[in-house]
Write a protein that binds this ligand. Sequence first.
Ligand SMILES: [Zn+2]
Length: 447
Amino acid sequence: MTRNQSSASDQPERSSNEALDAKNERELGARPSPPRASRSLLRDINVGLLIELVRQAGSISRAELARQSQLSAPTVSAIVEHLLERGIVIETTTAPSSGGRPPVLLSVDPKAGYVVGIKLRGDGLTTVVCDIDAEIIASQDYYVPLVGDPVAAIAAIEHETRRVLRAAAVPPSKVLGVGIGLSGIIETSSGVCKFSHLLQWRDVELAEPLRRRMGLPVWVENDVNTLAIAEKWAGDASTAQDFLTLSVGRGIGLGIVINRSLYRGARGAGGEFGHMIVEPGGPKCECGRFGCLEAMVGEGALRRRVGERKGHEVSRDELLTLVELGDSAALEVIDSAGRKLGLAVANVITLLNPELLIICGEGTSLGSVFIDPIVSAVREQTFADLGRDLEIKVQDWGDEAWAVGAATLVLRESFNLPGADDRSQAIWHRSGSSSSATTSEASFVNG
Ligand SMILES: [Zn+2]
């Protein structure tokens, strides 16, 4: 993994940028044969299903693929043949023979395609390049003020995408697209940020201008939702039907996956869990209202409350140090916040009855003093003991996790996982149905 820390001063002036752009036009924008047809083929529902089954199995025979997908053997063979030609699937070791000819096994080549993932913050962006297994190939940070300045964001995204692809040294023809995650309400079909209180943006077009400038597909999604997509693609939730990702940190967010699809709500604002008011007239929240959960138990609230007890402002690093030292004021504040958050989560568990809860985000670095009371409340405060059977996982948090989440957005869209921004999600059936198989077979042959 490459990690480059950059500062704003690293960005070239406009004139040298233009020269860079001209060079990158040749690298990115003016590719001789954009793999449009291949991308649309990958979005075929049965192709997506087979790729997912191969990924989950690690290696699998054609016969077993046909059995699990409930597609006909000729359909499986035809799709596999095409995926072999494209280099997405490779033939690997043979299974132990029980007499007769041993079957050839198939695996997905993680280096068959690459995706760019970008997490936007108020003070800049983190950009990664990942392979198909969501492993990081290159990563970099760039600091530039983005609050209230979407024009700067678009320029920075383009610049950083070109820079990270050069650092990763992946062939442009293998780049499947760019995924962008940010806090706010996102209209995913158009790639428009309808509203972000963190960035102070309203109705900002992101996907379309970036597609035009970079010549690559671009998808935009709420950052908390990208964490749920990442868990589904390459994390702890790969086989889960109904699960929640709870992100704790500066913000408190919830990614909701129901029946293997991300729940986004009518206006894309589903899951704004941190802005449920839990104490009317309580502390002012960044959203402008009072007493939101986030304003009670988010990182800012913890630092403020510990600071009040200590008589001075407490930074994030100091908060972590106080926890390490076992400072009683810090431990009390964090324990109390964990209980309050846990109760709110328990209520959501009672509402949705998921099978799995994944706790992630920067706040997990506070460790057991914060996590244990959350888990206890979930175990003890749910209706009919729903929380007792619930599987709870705490994610090891890395700085790049948000950007990797944004990268998996491209993987989901490229390989047509459930919830991809496409009508086909409506007919996705894990067991396969005859009607969807017929439709897909036709489009595969015609495509
Ligand atoms: Zn709020």
